[in-house]
Design a protein around this ligand. Structure first.
Ligand SMILES: Cc1cc2nc3c(=O)[nH]c(=O)nc-3n(C[C@H](O)[C@H](O)[C@H](O)COP(=O)(O)OP(=O)(O)OC[C@H]3O[C@@H](n4cnc5c(N)ncnc54)[C@H](O)[C@@H]3O)c2cc1C
Length: 397
């Protein structure tokens, strides 16, 4: 087994690192303080080819492997976790178009997203619940002649106020044996019939706009169904396929967050003195740093294997599909937990300075959000348990 990256991968990584340190790190705090989406950085990332990297070149992507894209994600996020993740989430939901969309849907949206000209949103969560999307959704589409008329509210939607396109899970049929068999993903262009309100009092991740989005008599046709009319009532499955991959990506974001926090803690522990010695010389702190470094290394190994499995599952879903899904859910919950714990440790090590004037307070608040987005840790564990133990024993949850 060879853990060495190829020369090309090392170059991608180095380019991303240099870009992140020059363009993102110095301005990150400013964007968070202003609660402002970092358009300038987003566009520059588009120009560098860092958005939608796995999408085909025909649609503005780079056609690279999932691992290559994650090497870039890792470098960008490590420079400033909340702001870089806000930038990368600028194209949230659009992977569904890349994976399952029609040629027209891909050609219309992906090239402009990849260039960083516009943003997108992926809309699953509703006021009635985010974990249980298999239930009957409140956002409904009613057939009227050749059109569908969509009404309903989605909540906690990333980019709700900025997005030009909303990939949205909607209940199209309620007379089905299981509610999720009547759900459809629509690719909806922004119009006056869509209202968005940003939550201003969020705990963290302040440069990323999290919003309530209302669909008021939004009119679409069968051609706006993700992947076309044959995907009517297949939206739940298309959404899961998307989340199975993005959860692996959250694992990488969490890895970069944990490692960035750990590096700050190590550097501080090597400089700060108390009682006449460097604080890293106190065994109580040193052991915690060692334990965290071990946990981060384990997470890194897991993320690499998950990235490998995501690629394998694309080529051969029958053999690698379940393993890839299980590993992605593990990367998501274990990664996010590790990121929260690493920020907590960095805060303890940096103490007053950490709380008052470091970046760690922003990173800490952001890390918690990694535990919630794209399925909580309980939801991930339910999914893993089903794969490990079988649906029959786990059906109560
Ligand atoms: C900053 C931010 C950005 C977001 N961006 C988006 C976005 O772009 N698009 C989108 O669709 N959503 C988005 N979300 C929503 C996110 O995905 C949901 O918050 C998440 O899925 C949880 O849903 P909920 O908040 O409704 O919690 P609930 O579903 O109400 O869950 C509450 C608690 O109950 C637990 N729980 C629920 N069911 C079970 C069970 N079966 N077993 C054990 N425990 C259970 C949960 O784990 C959680 O601890 C975002 C959220 C945040 C905070």
């Amino acid at each position: 087994m060879d853990f060495e990256l190829t020369e090309e991968q090392k170059l991608i990584q180095q380019t991303a690192r240099e870009f992140a340190l020059k363009e993102i790190q110095p301005r990150a705090k400013e964007f968070e303080q202003k609660h402002e989406f970092p358009w300038e950085i987003y566009r520059k990332c588009g120009q560098q080819g860092f958005l939608g990297m796995t999408w085909p070149q025909e649609y503005g992507g780079q056609g690279v492997s999932f691992l290559d894209a994650m090497l870039v994600t890792y470098e960008l996020v490590k420079a400033d976790p909340p702001v870089s993740t806000a930038v990368l989430a600028g194209i949230f939901g659009a992977d569904m178009i890349a994976e399952s969309g029609t040629h027209e849907q891909k050609a219309k949206w992906l090239p402009r997203l990849a260039k960083g000209e516009i943003t997108s949103a992926g809309c699953f969560t509703e006021p009635g619940g985010g974990s249980d999307i298999a239930r009957v959704l409140d956002t409904r589409a009613e057939r009227k002649g050749n059109e569908w008329v969509i009404n309903g509210t989605k909540q906690f939607i990333t980019n709700g106020t900025t997005a030009s396109v909303f990939v949205t899970l909607v209940q199209t049929d309620t007379k089905v044996d299981r509610p999720y068999r009547g759900q459809t993903e629509f690719v909806i262009e922004r119009s006056d019939a869509i209202e968005a309100r940003k939550y201003e009092d969020k705990m963290g991740w302040l440069a990323s706009p999290t919003c309530e989005v209302r669909f008021n008599d939004v009119r679409v046709t069968d051609n706006d169904i993700l992947g076309g009319p044959s995907n009517l009532n297949r939206g739940f499955y298309l959404g899961l396929m998307f989340l199975d991959v993005t959860r692996a990506a959250v694992g990488w974001q969490a890895l970069a967050t944990a490692e960035a926090a750990l590096e700050r803690a190590l550097s501080y522990a090597g400089e700060r003195e108390a009682f006449g010695r460097k604080i890293g010389g106190f065994q109580a702190l040193a052991f915690r740093l060692v334990e965290m470094a071990t946990q981060v290394e384990m997470l890194k190994a897991h993320c690499f294997r998950t990235a490998w499995l995501v690629e394998k599952a694309r080529e051969n879903p029958a053999v690698y599909g379940e393993e890839s899904v299980k590993m992605a859910s593990m990367a998501k919950w274990f990664g996010a937990r590790t990121a929260v714990q690493a920020c907590d440790l960095a805060m303890d090590v940096m103490a007053g300075y950490g709380y008052v004037e470091s970046d760690i307070d922003r990173w800490y608040r952001f890390a918690k959000c990694l535990e919630l987005i794209e399925g909580t840790k309980e939801v991930q564990k339910n999914a893993i348990a089903r794969l490990m133990l079988g649906r029959d024993i786990t059906k109560t949850f």
